[in-house]
Design a protein around this ligand. Structure first.
Ligand SMILES: C[S@@+](CC[C@H](N)C(=O)[O-])C[C@H]1O[C@@H](n2cnc3c(N)ncnc32)[C@H](O)[C@@H]1O
Length: 370
């Protein structure tokens, strides 16, 4: 079973500008949801970030939510629960919070809030968000950004001739969509138990627009995934990666369509239509200034570096495990193979930066807990 994990040692934080841009783009929906989330009278206001990673982006988004809550109730005590999988670099998350006060949301870091006397508390939870993460009816604001497209599990050989689900064969696609539907349902049922009535949830995740005439759906990063797959196939031909390992492996990611996101709320057999109201669900083409500037006006090598390092920050740990069977230190040979993968991807992008436009489709969702 593949264990999802971003690169540690600050490498995810340093290479997640696209995810940061996604959070900036969803910011009006965070404001919308934060002014509507019910503030409990008898207990603290609880915010949970599901899939927080190393925390640079998580801390920023939580800060926005806290400001909105504080505008409504200046003295409310607030608990923040940062959730991710057990192998996540939580140390870095707490460094982001405590070692860097000017970027933190803790009251001590903010003159305006400091006089209120430290009413914000940060906690961590290392459990899969496909199960329960918080107690019953305790969550008032749930956020999850660029995380719910990671599947709980992806059986071996799910996609034999590619690494990304959009390029799977029709029968493989049907199986993957069932798997993704089951995960989405599990994610929602767990949140339904955790969220209090009147709570709000804001989600961003990798999305896709269905192609009407049976062609390839639009998910925004097409050429980059094609390139990664092509280079992996070259490495198989060069005997650097075993063919069986390539066929067994695929990225455990599924970009949902709006229709797939809405499906469980239209299912009469499910409790979800009574538990949630969908306030918003739309796809969005995500541009990021940094990538646009580099592609249009920068040196092609800087653009290639930025794109490939972003992909590497989220994909390298699953490639290591899926292709070479390790979650620990890679052998020299295998490390070299991955270096070749990423450097060939860069070399190709340098030659044609405009072919490799980095503009993923993101899906924004706002749910109200009834
Ligand atoms: C691309 S990062 C996004 C981090 C952050 N939310 C942001 O916007 O930059 C995705 C995170 O989701 C986490 N994740 C994936 N599957 C998860 C699961 N089942 N439960 C909890 N976290 C999960 C990964 O470990 C990773 O840290």
């Amino acid at each position: 079973m593949l264990v999802t994990r971003m690169r540690g040692d600050g490498l995810y934080d340093a290479n997640s500008d696209m995810q940061r841009c996604i959070l900036e783009a969803v910011s009006p929906l965070i404001d919308y949801a934060a002014v509507r989330a019910q503030i409990p009278t008898e207990r603290t206001f609880t915010i949970v970030d599901y899939g927080c990673s190393e925390g640079r982006n998580s801390v920023e988004s939580v800060k926005k939510i806290i400001r909105c809550v504080r505008n409504r109730d200046k003295s409310k005590w607030i608990s923040v629960l940062h959730n991710d999988l057990p192998r996540n670099n939580f140390n870095r998350l707490f460094e982001n919070l405590y070692a860097n006060p000017q970027n933190s949301y803790l009251d001590s870091a903010d003159d305006e809030l400091a006089h209120l006397g430290g009413k914000v508390f940060a906690f961590a939870s290392a459990a899969s968000f496909y199960g329960r993460v918080a107690p019953d009816e305790s969550v008032d604001f749930a956020i999850s950004s660029s995380a719910a497209h990671w599947l709980s599990v992806l059986p071996d050989y799910s996609i034999r001739q590619h690494i990304f689900h959009a390029f799977a064969e029709p029968e493989e696609k049907r199986k993957l969509s069932r798997l993704a539907a089951r995960d989405w349902q599990r994610f929602l049922l767990a949140r339904a138990a955790e969220m209090a009535s009147g709570a709000r949830m804001v989600l961003t995740m990798g999305g896709r627009r269905l192609c009407e005439d049976g062609g390839l759906d639009d998910f925004g990063g097409r050429e980059i995934f094609v390139l990664m797959n092509d280079v992996l196939k070259e490495l198989v031909d060069e005997h650097r990666i075993m063919r069986a390992a390539y066929e067994r492996f695929s990225l455990p990611i599924y970009c949902r369509s709006v229709e797939e996101v809405r499906a469980p709320f239209n299912d009469n057999q499910s409790p979800l239509p009574d538990q949630f109201t969908v306030e918003y669900a739309e796809t969005h083409n995500q541009k990021c200034d940094r990538f646009e500037r580099l592609r249009l006006f920068g040196a092609p090598s800087d653009y290639a570096e930025a794109v490939v390092e972003t992909v590497r920050a989220y994909a390298q740990p699953v490639l290591e495990q899926g292709l070479f069977g390790t979650t620990e230190q890679l052998s020299k040979e295998h490390s070299k193979t991955l270096e070749i993968l990423f450097s060939r991807m860069k070399d190709t992008i340098v030659k044609e930066p405009n072919r490799y436009v980095f503009e993923p489709v993101s899906l924004f969702v706002v749910l109200a807990r009834n």
